[in-house]
Write a protein that binds this ligand. Structure first.
Ligand SMILES: NC(=O)c1ccc[n+]([C@@H]2O[C@H](COP(=O)([O-])OP(=O)(O)OC[C@H]3O[C@@H](n4cnc5c(N)ncnc54)[C@H](O)[C@@H]3O)[C@@H](O)[C@H]2O)c1
Length: 360
């Protein structure tokens, strides 16, 4: 078992029955109502394991969310706030978020706002949520086609990561989570990047080791700057352009997952880092080659590039109409609050488009 202690809560990485979840439930839920938030997939693939492993949860209310990022919105929150009120949940009651990042972002937001805050714990079931979304205390929903525009900083009471949930995760979702892991290497550790870049083996044992490393990196950064005044912004590498791409496709006939959008965002921000003379050609090409070996590109149209740029101009990370971004200095070293121009974004998205053209 790996235990990562934060200033305020515990993160455990091990099989759920061996974890401290049972003691946590006994301490906090013996006299409390419990709501378990699941989406349709985690309802089908993960809920039974949780319910059969912990008898204390047999009376829990299960709230079912529709699958997909497009449902991380205020309408769904309103329905869940309504259900919590109907079941007379009070301040001492508890929400368990059992799912990927969509469930933990939405569930954390619902918990942190209902009656000014209920306790919640995260049990992440996707790789992306295990290595990133479930830890760090950011919650939120999308609004007006903009990613996570409304949200809170709210820490879970505990995070229990059981890598075995990965066995039912489709391979595309594993590759999504891998994007955030690559990001952890790029922003913090050349050694971790080296270990990750040749990984093709997604078995639970191997992933458990990598999950722990990613969580350690994320947690150390978050602990130093919980409210994202400085250092924590490092974690946004790939996310300025990535969120623009993800947001644009949220409204289209096909969606792009968060992990894939971050992979595209990293290709673009890597390219901008090189064009601005911050990153060497050799490292820029290495990063691009590793990302391209795992992610299929898309055919971006010129009109789509323009629309994505408009969305990026509205990104919540911008300050005083200046587009800010994280740029790489080398693998393992990132600079925060770097000003980038619309022209540079245009060139980076065009580079992404040309890569696809050249590969086909
Ligand atoms: N709060 C943060 O710090 C933070 C960090 C990174 C990402 N995020 C957010 O996380 C979200 C992306 O997370 P995600 O990729 O986990 O999305 P997701 O929750 O939509 O999960 C992806 C898919 O995997 C399915 N799934 C999850 N666990 C499963 C399992 N064990 N077996 C089978 N299917 C399973 C889900 O039903 C869904 O279809 C985005 O909304 C992003 O903004 C938040």
């Amino acid at each position: 078992m790996a235990v990562i202690s934060t200033q305020d809560y515990l993160i455990e990485i091990c099989s759920l029955p061996d974890s401290g979840l049972n003691s946590w439930l006994n301490e906090n839920c013996s006299n409390a109502k419990v709501a378990i938030l699941v989406d349709e997939n985690t309802h089908d693939f993960c809920l039974e394991y949780l319910l059969t492993s912990f008898t204390l949860l047999s009376e829990a209310e299960v709230f079912l969310l529709p699958v997909g990022e497009e449902n991380k919105n205020l309408e769904i929150c309103t329905q869940i706030w309504g259900a919590l009120s109907e079941y007379q949940f009070g301040r001492k009651d508890v929400i368990i978020n059992l799912g990927g990042g969509m469930v933990s972002d939405l569930g954390g937001f619902i918990a942190s706002t209902y009656k000014r805050g209920l306790s919640f714990i995260n049990i992440p079931t996707s790789l992306l949520a295990m290595v990133d979304a479930s830890v760090g205390g950011k919650t939120g929903v999308n609004f007006n086609q903009l990613k996570n525009l409304i949200g809170t900083f709210a820490k879970p009471k505990a995070v229990f990561i059981d890598p075995a949930f990965i066995t039912t995760l489709p391979i595309d979702e594993i590759v999504n989570g891998y994007a955030e892991m690559l990001k952890h290497g790029l922003i913090d550790s050349l050694q971790y990047w080296e270990e990750l870049k040749d990984t093709e083996d997604w078995n639970v044992q191997k992933l458990s080791v990598l999950i722990e490393k990613s969580v350690q990196i994320k947690n150390t950064i978050v602990e130093a700057d919980f409210l994202e005044q400085g250092l924590r912004k490092k974690l946004n590498f790939g996310h300025t352009l990535g969120h623009g791409i993800e947001s644009y496709f949220m409204d289209q006939s096909f969606q792009i997952s968060h992990g894939l959008a971050v992979a595209y965002g990293m290709i673009c921000e890597n390219y901008i880092s090189f064009k601005k003379g911050l990153l060497s050609l050799k490292e820029m090409q290495e990063i691009e080659t590793v990302i391209l070996s795992h992610y299929a590109l898309i055919d971006l149209k010129d009109a789509e590039i323009e629309a994505i740029i408009e969305l990026i101009k509205n990104d919540k990370k911008n300050e005083q109409n200046t587009i800010l971004c994280c740029l790489l200095q080398s693998i393992g070293q990132v600079l925060i609050d770097q000003k980038i121009t619309e022209r540079e974004i245009y060139e980076a998205l065009t580079h992404l488009k040309d890569l696809n053209f050249n590969l086909n």
